[in-house]
Structures are given as C-alpha cells and as structure tokens.
Design a binder for this molecule. Sequence first.
Ligand SMILES: [Zn+2]
Length: 528
Amino acid sequence: MSGILLPGQENKPASDIKIELPGGFSSRKRGDETPPAEKPAETPATPPATDEGSPAEEPAAEAPAAKGRRGGGRGQPALDLLFPPAPVQIRCPNCGTPYQVALFSIIDLGVNPELKGPLLSGQINVAACPNCGVGGPLSAPLLVHEPAHNFLGVFAPMQAQNMDAQQQKAIGDLTQTLMRKLPQEARKGYMLQPKQFGDWNRFIEQLWGFEGVTPEMLRRQRNQSELLQRLLGLANDPKAMDLALQRDSGLVDRDFFALLDRFVMLASSQGQNPEPIVQIRNQLLDKTEVGRQIKARQEKVRGILQGLGANTTREQVLDTILANWQGEDGRETASALTVAVAPLLDYQFLMLVSERLENASDEEERNRLEELRQLVMAIQEQQTQSQQAMVQQVQQILQEVLQAPDSAVALRQYADYIDESFLAVLAANIQAAQRNKSTAAARRLQQIYDQALAIVQESLPDEMRLVNDLLNAPDKAALTKLLQENRSKLNKEFVSSLKVLETDMRDAGRSEVADRLKSLRSQIQLMV
Ligand SMILES: [Zn+2]
C-alpha cells in the first residue's frame, strides 16, 4: 500500500459494480468524470498459449484455491459441448477429502475449440484436492480430436505393452462414439487408428506442439517456475540466492520477469502479500543483465509518465503510447507504458482506440492499435476481477465487524486487510446508507470508518501521517493552519520524501495525487 489515504478518490470501482463513490471525502473532484458506460459486449479472449494457459507447474502462490475456482468459468456462457463431461467423485489419497471432478472422455477441438486452453493448461481431467492441493492427471482414457492437424490421439493410462483387450475395446468404443457424432465428410482415415499415449505429459506435449510450443520450451518454462520457487525459499539468504542465480542465470530472461509479474498480480488479486515476489524481482533487476535492461526501460517509462498530468486527455495518452511504439524495443516500451497508466484506461479510452483502428489505413498502425485494444481489454478485465474480489473481501470483514460485540477489537484482527481500498469500499457503504436514509447504519459505519482510519494511521510513520493530514485538509485556511502547527517538521528531508512520494504516485498512474503533492512541495519549499 502506498500510504496515501484518500479514500474514494482514485480507487474508482469498475463500472459494473453497484457502488457509488463518496463525494465528501475528497477536497477536489475530478473534472473529466463521465458516467459509467456499459462494458463492451465481447470479452477478451485468452490465448491458450500464454498467460492463463501456462503449462508450467505453478509455484505455491497459485495454490489449489485458484485451480479449483478457475474451471468454474464465472461469467462465461454455459459451454455447449459435443461430448459433455461426467461428474465423478474422488477421495483425496492424501487427506481423504471427497470432491467432485468433471471427467472428459472425448474432446473434439474442431467442434469445441474453447476446450483447448483448459486442456493445455492442465485444467481438464486433472484433479487437485480443494483441501490439500494434492492431485494429478486422472487415470481415465481421454480421446482428443484435433482436425486442424489430422490428429486423433488417446491418453490410455497404462503401458502399451500391458494394454489388455478390454482397454483396446474401450478405445475403440470412444473412437466409434466420436465418429458417429461427426458428419460423414468429416470422417477421415487417420481416425481409424488413434495415436496412443501412456504418459499424460507426452500427450499434452504433443498437443502443445500443434501450437508451435516445443517440449524444450515447456521444459524451460517448468524450470523457470521451479527456479522462482527456489528463489522464494531463499529470500532471506542473499548468498544462497546469488549462488542459485549464478547456476541458473540462463533461465532469467524476459519470460522469467513476465512470470514474476504474473505472480505479483495473481497474489494481489487473491489478497495475498506479493511483497516477497516483488523483492526478488527488485534484486534480479540489479543482478542480471536482462534485469538491467528492464530497469532502463522502466526509467524511460517513468520519464514519459512525468510528462502526463491530471489534465492530460485520453487522446494525448493514446498519442503518447503510439509515439513510443517505435524502434527496436518500442513494442515493449508501449506495453509497459500502457500497463503503467492502467487507472486511466476506461471504457472511453477503449472506444477511442477502436475509433482510431477503424480510421487507420496504414497496415502497421492497424496492427499496433489492434494489439493495444487487446491489451487494454485484458487490463480492464483484470481490474474488474481484482476489484470484485477486493470488494467481496471487505464486505465479508465488515459483516463480521458489525456483528462483533466490540467493533474496534474485531477490526484490529483484520488490521492486515485495512488499507486505502478498504476505506474506499467502507466509504461507499456509508454513502449508500445515507442515501437510503438509514441514519443509524450510516453512523455505525462512520464509527467503524474512523476506527479503521486510526488503525491505518497508527502503522504509518509520523511523516506519512502529516502528509495525509495535509492532503486531506478541507480548504486552504486549514492547510495553512496545519503547516504552521507543524512547522518544526517541515525540513529538507520532508521535502525530499514528498518528491519520492510524488514519483511513486505518478508511477502508479495516480497523477492527481502526484500533482497535489507537487504543489504541496513547492509551498513547503518556500518555508524551509
Ligand atoms: Zn487432500
């Protein structure tokens, strides 16, 4: 958390969450606020070979909870499958927990290409215990048809030489079932003899091969995941970490940093502490060649961001991104820049990109705009999801605190969860109660708000508390008074920490706060 507490001001919830932001908590309103519009009808497609579909074994950060939830396809239309899976009951061999898995017997990727991503990323016919996480591929035959590659393969979990007549018949039956469902013209010779795989990994590797991903690439990804896990274990042992890095320096490339970034995002969106991963990332930025390159680009992006202010229009942001999409690493610079301005990427911005795309005649420009459109949609989706998860978490905590005999004591148990986002959601609840004329509820929530604010303030250093007070000053007179009262604390060090904060805020895309810190700084500079 940044330490800047301006609830409700910039933590703007996504438009599809029914929460209104408080007006009374900020001293200045955003000028360019526009009513939330509907989200575009299409949702961003997840390419099977990247992000979600990471074939590598995933470190502890992405523990069972995530896996269990993912298959659910929240918010997605019900799949219309040619061969729907059957539910099977499993008892965890490790902890004895019973749970249900969907067991697929036949998958036709020609008819149901949407199953490709889940299949490749190990979400189909792979069990994971919701309690302890232990799991693995199910030992049941799976027939996969990929007509684009004239491929019919079957995973038969038994050594080929031990294959008994019964299993051969089962495979024959599966093949027959598939053929019967396909139109006459789709039945081909290669289907008469499905390729058999006794090893699940080999089977999945074969399918990845159709996507242009070789077993070597998969192995490298797995090794990278393992390295990350080792580094996480060595976080407190710099010497051992240096050794590990020396030995596996070849594994630390841009993809490795992308993996780190993915886990940071994942941890944050699941309410876990991403700090250990961030720390490893910071060390790698200094200690490795590719890290230094990435750092140089970050600094470049920071420089560009400094040119953007609260009054920058969406057009200017888009122009800046496109203008930096030049030269060798232009694509990466532009992507990094886009991610950095994520808070500004709203529906209007997306419309603007689409509009430019429609009017662009240059092939290269069209490609860039299309890529940018995809990226913006992915960022928006990510924001919506983590926002929803965060709001849910806060509501849960609020419920418990409201029911507790002593709300201050109850709140303190959740001190780790109380941050600016928490305060923003709480503030929105107060507003809603006021609107509904539930005066008692509003007063009760306000009390909890004050208690929560006090908890956050406690954990802040003196200096930070003063910065917050100054930023939250209701008007100029109050600000002047505060400045005079705290004159003894206003020194050169204070001014330079304001500068650091301003940079942090600018990096986080919170340019309004950054601008206010800047004006505060110039005001204080005259006094020291
Ligand atoms: Zn278990």
